[in-house]
Design a protein around this ligand. Structure first.
Ligand code: AGP
Length: 618
């Protein structure tokens, strides 16, 4: 999740733009840049690393004679912080990007799904690219359509793009105008006296103005110093109110949410969408050409081993069910801190998948290195470009959740599950173990997940809050599930433990009668993941067993599951999707249950006691 800031007005804006970027640092980034337009020319400065590097590069421009930047008199400009998704972390790949002549400059947040095909077309038309990014496409497309009308050119470019993005464009011939466009990713305006800001989030300009105008999906906005004109994708004028925001700066960084964890729970639709968008370019095929693995090598694989820690391990467990069910290849699982000391039997012909959002967890890195030394192909699933895991792997599959500040992983978990669904489908596709119709069905369901995650969060939050209020004094939470529901129980129990400090345990429901059932009485809330699956009937009988001991059963069920609702005390319904994909929805109410329980106890959910976001120690 990159950060965008744009300004047009009466004040010199270089430092205003950099100050805006500083307010977006919480979004995480690996490089930054800005472009300023003055005296009929646009100049850019970009730098890898944090904003002090950009400040140093700006200060250095004087020696390089970049007047506009050095003199800082320009009153129109664009700026950007990059969280790399397409193209390495380099100065060339940092934004702003421009066309060959440097007449059009753009900054973009999100992903252009059809960037490869557009790049091919533009190259055949003579365009030359200077970066590896998907975003640069937009500058060339606007240049291609430009005939003096910047808004028109942006509209025509917008019509050719597919994906999940928002961008802002500046043209050398329009020293008083910026044009922005939004497709899913956020874009907001700050309306000031004789000046207008454009940004991906309100904190970027909150110190300058509290009058905010929101841009809706599929809209294009043209701004100048006096205000904004909002139109639809086909040019229809759109009326838009300005609202006055009263947030303090901390609240603004949390996007108006009371904590980073709640903000990140609500960012899951975007995180999953950005993780899957351009890997599903076709209706019936998955594109993981970014992996250093060929379909031939996949067909010759003996087995797969997944190693990880904590929440990432639970994502791996979901992956095991998907891979074994779709690709029909055996998957072994182990927590990395055990695997690395197990002297494991591993070698050529094995695929070892290390899952680590930070890419820096010591045990997972050591397990990956061990497997690689013994000749296995190592694939890392990670959220951080340039992290150690990307060095210790032969292939890397990036999740695209953006920076996660809350210690309790939420959006990185659902992004990992989305990534491992892609991998499982691609392995099945490469091994020919799935019919094309079935693949098309699954891909359609995957593409619908971001919307269903959004619906689930909004629909269940108030219900879960009420359940938390009636159970937060519980002395012990029990989670029960079977098959692909079990990893979600483990994740729910981990969240409850790490942020509410309430002892919690997750158990394979079939194991209950072999001992743990002794723990149950009317004071023990039992959370059961009972979404559609081949073993739902078994889960229903386990729920009856539990209720017979007086425990309060809270069930997570697939919409329309009457039997579950009749068996449980309270039922939280999630939208229907393919049964293997249900876990990515079922985890949402469990994240919310832990969150609201901890809030009822007045605990600091963003920074729980005794926990670090990344465990780099042995
Ligand atoms: C999850 O909420 C915890 N923060 C923790 O279990 C985490 O998942 C674990 O430390 C693994 O981190 P990684 O994904 O960065 O390797």
């Amino acid at each position: 999740m990159c950060g965008i800031v744009g300004y047009v007005g009466g004040r010199p804006c270089r430092d205003l733009l950099i100050a805006g970027l500083e307010k977006l640092e919480y979004r995480g980034y690996d490089s930054a840049g800005l472009s300023l337009l003055e005296d009929g020319r646009i100049e850019s400065v970009r730098a890898v690393g944090n904003l002090s590097n950009l400040r140093a590069a700006v200060a250095d421009t004087e020696d390089r004679g970049a007047v506009a930047v050095a003199e800082a008199e320009a009153t129109i400009g664009l700026a950007h912080t990059r969280w790399a998704t397409h193209g390495r972390v380099t100065e060339e790949n940092a934004h702003p990007h421009s066309d060959e002549e440097g007449e059009v400059h753009i900054v973009l947040n999100g992903i252009v799904e059809n960037h490869s095909e557009l790049r091919r077309e533009l190259i055949t038309e003579g365009h030359e690219f200077s970066s590896e990014t998907d975003a640069e496409i937009v500058a060339h497309l606007i240049e291609k359509h430009y005939d003096g009308d910047l808004t028109g050119a942006v509209r025509d470019a917008f019509a050719e793009l597919r994906g999940h993005y928002a961008f802002v464009a500046m043209h050398v011939e329009h020293p008083g105008t910026l044009v922005g466009a939004r497709n899913e990713c956020p874009l907001v305006l700050g309306i000031g006296e004789g000046e207008t800001f454009l940004a991906s989030a309100i904190p970027a300009f909150l110190k300058e103005t509290r009058d905010v105008m929101r841009i809706d999906n599929g809209e294009i906005v043209t701004i100048d110093a006096d205000g904004a004109i909002v139109t639809s994708a086909d040019g229809e004028p759109r009326d838009r109110e300005t609202e006055h925001v009263t947030w303090d700066e901390d609240e603004a960084e949390r996007g108006g949410y009371s904590t980073f964890m709640l903000k990140e729970i609500h960012e899951q639709p975007d995180a999953v969408a950005e993780t899957i968008t351009d890997r599903l370019p076709e209706l019936d095929a998955i594109d993981l050409s970014e992996l250093e693995l060929t379909p031939e090598e996949v067909r010759d694989l003996n087995r797969i081993i997944i190693v990880a820690c904590g929440t990432s391990y639970h994502a791996g467990l979901v992956g095991r069910y998907a891979i074994e069910t779709w690709a029909r290849i055996s998957v072994e699982m182990d927590v990395a801190s055990e695997y690395r000391y197990r002297d494991p039997v591993v070698g050529p012909g094995d695929l070892v998948i290390g899952i680590t959002q930070s890419g820096e967890t010591a045990d997972t890195l050591a397990a990956m290195r061990l497997a690689r030394e013994r000749g296995a192909h190592v694939l890392a699933i990670t959220n951080v470009m340039g992290s150690q895991a990307t060095q210790d792997a032969d292939s890397v599959l990036f999740t695209r959740a953006g920076l996660e500040i809350g210690v309790a992983a939420t959006k990185t978990f659902t992004s990992q599950v989305a990534a491992i669904y892609l991998l499982a489908g691609w392995l099945a596709q490469s091994r020919g173990t799935i019919e094309p119709d079935r693949m098309a069905e699954l891909i359609a369901e995957m593409k619908a997940l971001p919307r269903k995650i959004d619906e689930t969060t909004d629909a269940l939050d108030p219900q879960v809050k009420a359940i938390a209020r009636s159970h937060y004094q519980g002395r012990f939470f029990f989670y029960l599930g079977r098959h692909i529901g079990l990893p979600i129980c483990l994740e729910g129990a981990l969240k409850m433990k790490e942020i509410s400090y309430i002892p919690s345990d997750a158990y394979a429901a079939g194991e209950m009668k072999h001992g743990p059932i002794a723990l149950l009485d009317e004071t023990t809330p039992v959370v059961v993941v009972a979404t559609e699956s081949p073993v739902l009937e078994k889960v229903l009988s386990n729920m009856a067993e539990v209720r017979a001991r007086g425990a309060d059963v809270i069930a997570i069920a697939t919409e329309g599951s009457v039997d579950v609702a009749e068996t449980a005390d309270q039922t939280l319904f999630v939208p229907r999707t393919d049964w293997i994909l249900q876990p990515i929805l079922a985890v949402i109410p469990l994240q919310l249950l832990a969150y609201h329980t901890a809030r009822c106890l007045g605990l600091n959910v963003d920074q729980p006691r005794n926990l670090a976001k990344t465990v780099t120690v042995e």
